[in-house]
Ligand binder design. Structure first.
Ligand code: ADP
Ligand code: MG
Length: 325
């Protein structure tokens, strides 16, 4: 009698387990969005350990807002505003020094195509304001006096500008850094599978339910077209394009990535996508390669360790680093 009921119990348990196993649906991700740094930021978390994911995501958003406060030129009192106003060497925190050093490394690697001293140029165009306009050549020449990678120096945590009136602009690297910080924060809260997407600056933590994440690279002119889908784990994918922030006059597109040689929108590319270990490096490299144009831009990406990229030239031609072919 006892043995029979034990057997029945065992069979029922096995059946229950089997049914559960067969019908177990993949857990839906927790998806939250917020407006930060003038972009829609989406955080997606897969392994939700008992409601703690929600709190972790909120903390990640808060961390990104903190980075925005540090590096936005529109926030009074930000590190960038303080540096722009400085007339002599300035002590900054370790974090600011690290971002500036990464930016300077890529500025030098790209022969100045990536340039964090274009603050005056950006202000002249007003592309992110309600009143964008085309500056005159005279205005642009004046805004370009003294800019370039050699005009900025970071030694330890001390920042010096070659000219007191140099205005900094970190829009080409800050978003990537914010995405990195968000990922680090999620990781610190024991999240193992997440994606942070800040308007095309993406970083992935772990895999997605045992499979690589699948990241589509958007066609810069056809919104619904995907150029390439990449299976990725623990990587950053950042795209710089001329199709997100721009205005048009007489059929000409004026976008927000400037060639430091002219102070005008760079014309060589429609978009550049960079895949790297961290989003800060990928962000700066994408902006740099965009300015360099398809040929030199490809060479820059090809020369970086652990970096891949895809460039869409102004004429629509597509170029890829060796690892993507
Ligand atoms: P997005 O902001 O769309 O991700 P980018 O990462 O390419 O695009 O950054 C563009 C921003 O970088 C501009 O809004 C400006 O603040 C800044 N910027 C523009 N031209 C340059 C440049 N040549 N080097 C570095 N930063 C730049
Ligand atoms: Mg960038």
């Amino acid at each position: 009698m006892f043995r029979r009921s034990a057997l029945v119990l065992l069979i029922v348990a096995a059946l229950l387990w089997f049914v559960r196993y067969r019908t177990a649906q993949p857990q839906p991700p927790l998806v939250r969005t917020a407006l930060i740094m003038g972009t829609l930021v989406e955080i997606r978390v897969y392994d939700q350990s008992g409601g703690e994911a929600e709190a972790a995501v909120n903390a990640a958003f808060a961390e990104m807002r903190r980075v925005e406060q540090l590096f936005s030129s529109a926030v009074p009192g930000s590190e960038v505003v303080r540096l722009s106003a400085a007339t002599g060497p300035l002590e900054v925190d370790a974090e600011t020094a690290r971002v500036l050093k990464t930016g300077l490394r890529i500025a030098h690697r790209s022969a100045g195509a990536f340039d964090m001293t274009l603050g005056k140029v950006k202000a002249l165009w007003g592309i992110e304001t309600d009143h964008p306009r085309i500056p005159s050549s005279v205005e642009l020449s004046a805004a370009l006096v003294g800019v370039g990678p050699d005009s900025l120096q970071v030694v330890g945590q001390q920042v010096s500008k070659a000219r007191p009136d140099l205005v900094l602009e970190l829009g080409g690297i800050a978003k990537g850094y914010a995405v990195d910080r968000a990922i680090e924060l999620l990781q610190g809260k024991s999240i193992r599978s997440a994606a942070v997407n800040a308007g095309g600056d993406i970083r992935l933590l772990g895999n997605r339910q045992g499979e690589p994440w699948r990241i589509g690279i958007q066609h810069p002119r056809r919104e619904d077209d995907v150029l390439l889908t990449l299976p990725l784990v623990n990587r950053a994918v950042v795209t710089s394009g001329d199709y997100e922030r721009f205005f048009e006059r007489a059929g000409v597109r004026y976008h927000h990535i400037f060639d430091p040689a002219t102070g005008r929108p760079a014309r060589g590319c429609q978009s550049v996508t960079v895949i790297a270990a961290d989003a800060m490096t990928a962000d700066a490299l994408a902006t740099a390669a965009f300015v360099l144009g398809p040929v030199k831009g490809l060479a820059l990406l090809q020369g970086e360790k652990d970096v891949e990229g895809l460039l869409v030239a102004a004429d629509g031609r597509i170029l890829k680093t060796a690892g993507l072919k």
